[in-house]
Every structure is written in C-alpha cells, then in structure tokens.
Write a protein that binds this ligand. Structure first.
Ligand code: CMC
Length: 427
C-alpha cells in the first residue's frame, strides 16, 4: 500500500491514499471523504485543490519553472514555433518534419470563416470591445459546424480543435477590422499562421501587405508564451463547461469570457493602461505606495501570480522580446523605461519581496503589442487566440478520460434554515 494520510473525524480515524504525479506536490485523494465522514473540504479559490489529473503542463511556482509536455518554456520560445508547440500540446510529443508539415497544412486549410459569420459582426456596435465580439462569435461557431460537435467521437473532437485553433486569428483580426471600419481580410494560405494573422489585422485590400520577419517571429513567440498554463481560471472554466458535455465551441467561448477579467488575461490591457497613467518614472513611487495601501483597491497590474512566487519565466522572455521588436521596427517607447524602473523599485521594496510578487507574463507584453500596432483593447483577444490550443488540449484530455465526471462542487451553506412561507399581506 502506498502513502496514506490519516484523518481523525469525531474520534474515528480514516485513511486517505496519497497519489504521486511525475513531479510536483503529492495529492491526498479525498474522493471517499463525504461518503465516509459526511463532511466536505472547504477551499474557495482552490488554493490547495488539484481539480484533475493532467499530463500537459507543469508549473513549479517557487522555482519559476514552466514545462509543456516536459519542455521548458524558454527552450520552446527560443527554438520552437507556435504551430510546433501546438502540435506538442495536442499530441504529447514534438512532431517530425512530415508531421509538422501535415499539421500546418491542416490548420491553414481551416482558417476561413463561414461567410454568414460576417453578418454577426455587423450586429455589434463599432466600439464593442474585441473580447465581447470574440465571446459571441466563437460561441456562434457551434451553430455553423454541426459536423464536428459529437464530443464522444475522437475524430469530431480533433476537427473541432483544429477549427478553433485555425479560425481564432481570423476571428480576432475581423474584430479589429470591424472596430476601425476596414473590410475584413481573407486568410492567405501562403503565409504562416502568425504572418497570416498580421496580414489579416494590418493589411488592407488596396495594398500589398509585407510581413516583417522579426515582427512575425516576436508575435509567434508571444503566442508560444501564452499557449497553455495548467489549471488557470479560464482553463478550469473550459473544463467545467466541457464536463457537462457542452460542445467545444461553447466551452471555448466560456473560457474567453473568464479570460477577459483583469485578474486574468485582461491584465495585459490593464498593465499598459497603468503604465500610461504612471507616465514618467518620477511618478512610480506614488503608485507603489497606492499598491501597498490596504485601503486603496489599486494593484500593480502585471505583477503577482497565484502560482509563481518567483519571476514568471514568461516575463523574462517577454522583456527580451521588447528589445528585439524595438530594434526590428526602429522604434522605442518611453513606457518601457518606466516599466523597467517600476520593476526595479517594486522588487527592492519589502512589501513585494515578502509577498513574493514579481512581474508576470502581462507586464511587458503590452509594450510589444503596442509597438507592433495593436490597440490595448486587442491585447486580451491575442491572449485568447494563443490560449485556444491549451484550452482545446485540456478539454480533449478531460473528455478522453474514461473516469470523467461532471464538475459539481459543493458548498458551506450559511443561509436561513428551513422556514414556512408567509403570505404577502402578513410580512
Ligand atoms: N499589487 C499589489 N499587491 C498585490 C498584488 C499586486 N499586483 N498582487 C497580490 N498582492 C497582494 C495582495 O494584496 C495580498 O496581500 P495580503 O496578503 O496582505 O492581503 C497578497 O499580495 C496575495 O494576493 P492575493 O490576491 O491573495 O493572491 P492571489 O493568488 O489570489 O492573486 C493575482 C493572484 C494574479 C490575481 C494577483 O496577484 C493580482 O491581482 N495581480 C494583478 C493582476 C495580474 O497581473 N494578473 C495577471 C496574472 S498572470 C496572467 C494570467 O494568468 O492570466
């Protein structure tokens, strides 16, 4: 018998098995707890709860380690492409050259949207937030692709996964085009996944759009950095939605809705807005003081993480990429100096040191995206585009598990106990 943990409940002892993963904390298997003791566990925010078993992504938050299928994020960002990393996440192994070529070809051939979908965009106000459009349009895909929504069929799951990954750049680019009143640009199969996205976003029919290789590379790397991140809030949302048997398009739309929040994917937009508000380095101390003030709701956006209690390894790559993009585009942005100085001041402040608050993936990404030409409102849409592969890989992993059950947490009820209805005239 493996390790057990003993629980003494009202004088009776119960043993619970300890399950071991390949790396990382062991977990106490409490599945029989309620049946045996009549008690639930209480863990709002899931700070001590493993919600599932997964072989996709591993994070060691104390050491600042992020692995996809075992490969460190720094190595993938340096050597891989978003398509190759997507294949890895979906299939478990890096592809050989032929497998990668086939995968890229498949994704490329799913990039077009049903023409009828263009009408959906026209129903939105021109000033709609791109994330509002993404939630709606991705959810609406389920009304168009009935031939891939049988979740019990692995082939359907594969096709819908490919469709989602392939169509996200087209959907995100169209959300942008709609907001600036320009015509939608159709995909061009000659281009890479990322080059195609840049052209659909910034190209116009009147002119030939030339993809700048250094920008394409930087953008592709940003996609790799966002591809998956274990059981974060949006991924857990996708899993929970999927656990009821909902179709994948609806599940990913749920993930997009969750990602939108400023504590999650919305932080990239909020971080750049914060840097703009701070403006020059002389104002930094004022904002640091506000972030430390318990009576002030202000937080340093792009700082802190539920899991990382060390430098987010994605932020390291992101900071390096800022310089590469500036060099390629021959631009600079004074906000980058403000961000570097803000990081320096925060990291030398005992408040941030004690709470182990470091820059996260969202701290520097906005500066790059802004240099490339994206408005802040598009930042979280780009996060959603890249995270789609993680969401579908996690969803597939869950559905393929024969022991999969509907996600159904319980609660600690603190409301009124049973009482009799009182007629309105007697209240
Ligand atoms: N600025 C100032 N104080 C902070 C910050 C911050 N950014 N983040 C956490 N704290 C403090 C917080 O006030 C709390 O202090 P105390 O213990 O005295 O009450 C302590 O640090 C722990 O914070 P928490 O909110 O209990 O921690 P959490 O794990 O629930 O929250 C977080 C994690 C990411 C929501 C939070 O750090 C935060 O709001 N950061 C800013 C938003 C952000 O950058 N989000 C992007 C996360 S990375 C991308 C992604 O995964 O989506």
């Amino acid at each position: 018998m493996g390790d057990q943990v003993k629980l003494n409940a009202a004088g009776t002892e119960y043993d619970y098995p300890v399950l071991k993963g390949s790396v990382g904390p062991d977990v106490i298997d409490i599945r029989k707890l309620y049946a045996q003791t009549g008690k639930f566990t209480y863990d709002p925010g899931f700070t001590s709860t493993a919600s599932c078993e997964s072989a996709l992504t591993y994070i060691d938050g104390d050491e600042g380690v992020l692995l996809h299928r075992g490969y460190p994020i720094g190595q993938l960002a340096e050597n891989s492409s978003f398509m190759e990393t997507s294949y890895l996440l979906l299939n478990g192994e890096l592809p050989n050259a032929a497998e990668l070529a086939t995968f890229e070809n498949t994704i490329t051939r799913h990039t077009m949207l049903h023409e009828q979908l263009a009408n959906f965009y026209r129903g939105f106000r021109r000033d709609a937030h791109p994330m509002a459009i993404m939630c709606g349009v991705v959810g609406a895909l389920s009304a168009f692709y009935h031939d891939s929504t049988d979740i019990s069929d692995p082939e359907h799951r594969k096709i819908s996964s490919h469709r989602l990954i392939a169509k996200m750049p087209t959907i995100a680019a169209a959300a942008y085009k709609y907001s600036v009143g320009q015509p939608f640009v159709y995909p061009d199969n000659k281009l890479s996944y990322t080059g195609n996205f840049l052209r659909m976003t910034f190209g116009v029919p009147a002119e030939e759009y030339e993809v700048i290789p250094a920008v394409e590379k930087a953008m592709d790397r940003i996609f790799i950095l966002h591809a998956d991140h274990e059981q974060n809030a949006s991924t857990s949302t996708v899993r929970l939605a999927g656990s009821s048997g909902a179709n994948p398009f609806a599940c990913i739309a749920a993930g997009i809705a969750c990602l939108w929040g400023p504590a999650h994917g919305g932080a990239n937009e909020a971080a750049l807005n914060m840097l703009k508000e701070i403006g020059t380095p002389d104002k930094i101390q004022h904002y640091i003081d506000r972030a430390k003030d318990k009576n002030d709701p202000f937080r340093l956006m792009g700082f802190g993480h539920r899991v990382y209690k060390n430098y987010d390894p994605r932020a390291t790559v992101m900071q390096k990429t800022v310089r590469e993009v500036f060099d390629a585009l021959k631009v600079t942005d004074p906000l980058f100096e403000t961000a570097l100085r803000l990081e320096e001041i925060a990291l030398s402040d005992p408040y941030f040191a004690e709470k182990k608050l470091f820059p996260n993936v969202d701290f520097y990404s906005g500066i790059i995206l802004s240099a490339i030409g994206f408005p802040t409102t598009m930042f979280t849409a780009l996060f959603a585009l890249a995270r789609t592969v993680g969401w579908v890989a996690q969803w597939n992993e869950m559905i393929s598990d024969p022991g999969q059950k509907i996600g159904r947490p319980r609660q600690l009820y603190t409301g009124p106990t049973q009482r009799d209805y009182v007629a309105i005239g007697q209240r």
